[in-house]
Design a protein around this ligand. Structure first.
Ligand code: UDP
Length: 376
């Protein structure tokens, strides 16, 4: 069969490769001029590899996802670290751990039991948290919530913690020990040795895959294909006829600095109420210094509504009342009636997914489709 894949990010790449290997002809289009979707990276004028849409850190527990990905590149072990900058300039570990608690409360705890006891004392008795604020209050109390989560979440989502789903902040674990890596619960944390874009080039390198960049989706193209896997925003496909599915976007502010010593962590999150959420020093990531220039690149992130950033969709919005997921469900029902098309990926399925989850879902979806089409 001849299959159209709309979107050259992780979801489209997995579908394209799996279907091509199974003998199907695949045409991939992407409206952007580059591969990789939001994982796209490039070497900038300072000789540094920069992720164009913010830091992408690969982490997973899923061995089959790794088995699928590994043949397409060399990977370096990399355990990501983040520090939060307090109002007085001190940098403390994030996720909150034993050292964070000691810094904030001027305690000298040595054991996880002491930290648990402290947090149990300051946590609020909320049996069934209904939103992100209540979830955090029940775990870490008001002071830590208001320091590490309230301003950041407001900047990130333009909403108070009370309005956000707890699922969003549950991405950040709570540690009672001195563990200070961001994704410690995932066994595998790796970085592609020569960048994500090179990884995508190899995934798409197959005699039955043709990729066309700077190519927008047009419904009339569908007549040339027997099936379409579509990573475009599902509301956009239907002309937003049921209303818009909102996204947060990011404006990236890059600056150049003279090369210097390694920072405390490649990413620093800001706890203040200013417009910026975090900052990345790119050469602090492994193999990101591509050429010596004596300069380094640092990017600050300023979240905004996607309509204020050229409709660049990065983060689907998950509120405590689930109103946008309800709207997405209505689009999903419409999409079910669309012949020979399946919506995939973050924008096609309106989910806040990590890279490994996208690969996992796409592998499963592609296998399901292959099985159905073998039977047909
Ligand atoms: N968050 C926060 N303070 C932080 C880091 C995260 O309040 O210092 C909250 C915020 O609501 C954010 C969510 O936790 O959107 C998830 O953070 P994560 O670091 O997973 O976001 P991503 O890396 O996907 O942008």
């Amino acid at each position: 069969m001849t299959v159209l894949v709309v979107g050259a990010g992780f979801s489209g790449a997995v579908y394209a490769r799996v279907l091509a290997e199974a003998g199907h002809e695949v045409r991939v289009i992407d409206k952007r001029p580059h591969l990789g979707g939001n994982a796209y990276d490039f070497t900038d004028e300072n000789g540094v590899r920069v992720h164009a849409y913010g830091p992408h850190l690969f982490h997973t527990k899923l061995s089959h996802v790794l088995d699928w990905l590994r043949p397409f590149g060399r990977f370096l072990p990399y355990t990501h670290k983040v520090r939060a900058r307090l109002h007085d300039g001190r940098l403390v570990p994030l996720p909150i751990n034993l050292d964070t608690v000691n810094e904030v409360f001027a305690t000298a705890y040595e054991t996880p039991a002491q930290v648990s006891e402290h947090l149990a004392r300051i946590a609020l008795p909320i049996a069934e948290p209904r939103n992100a604020a209540e979830h955090l209050y029940a775990k870490i109390g008001q002071e830590l919530t208001d320091l590490f989560f309230r301003p950041y979440t407001k900047k990130m989502w333009q909403m108070d913690l009370e309005e956000m789903s707890a699922a969003v902040v549950k991405r950040i674990p709570l540690r009672m020990d001195r563990e200070d890596t961001y994704f410690a619960s995932d066994e595998t944390q790796i970085m592609p040795a020569d960048g994500y874009t090179a990884l995508f080039e190899r995934i798409f390198e197959h005699p039955r895959i043709k990729v066309e960049l700077s190519a927008s989706f047009d419904k009339s193209a569908l007549r040339d294909f027997t099936f379409c896997f579509n990573a475009m925003p599902v509301d956009e496909y239907f002309g937003c006829r049921l209303g818009e599915l909102p996204y947060r976007s990011i404006r990236f502010h890059k600056r150049m600095e003279p090369d210097g010593p390694a920072p405390a962590a490649p990413v620093v999150n800001f706890t203040d109420a200013g417009p910026f959420t975090r900052e990345t020093v790119w050469d602090a990531l492994p193999n990101h210094r591509v050429r010596e220039t004596g300069r380094r690149s640092v990017t600050k992130e300023e979240p905004c509504d996607y309509r204020d950033n050229g409709m660049e969709r990065y983060y689907p919005v998950k509120t405590a009342d689930g109103r946008y997921q309800t709207l997405y469900e209505e689009y999903r029902l419409l999409a079910r009636d669309e012949p020979n098309m399946a919506f995939i990926g973050r924008c096609g399925t309106y989910q806040y997914l990590d890279m490994d989850q996208v690969i996992n879902q796409s592998l499963a979806g592609a296998q399901r489709w292959l099985a159905q089409n073998r039977e047909a």
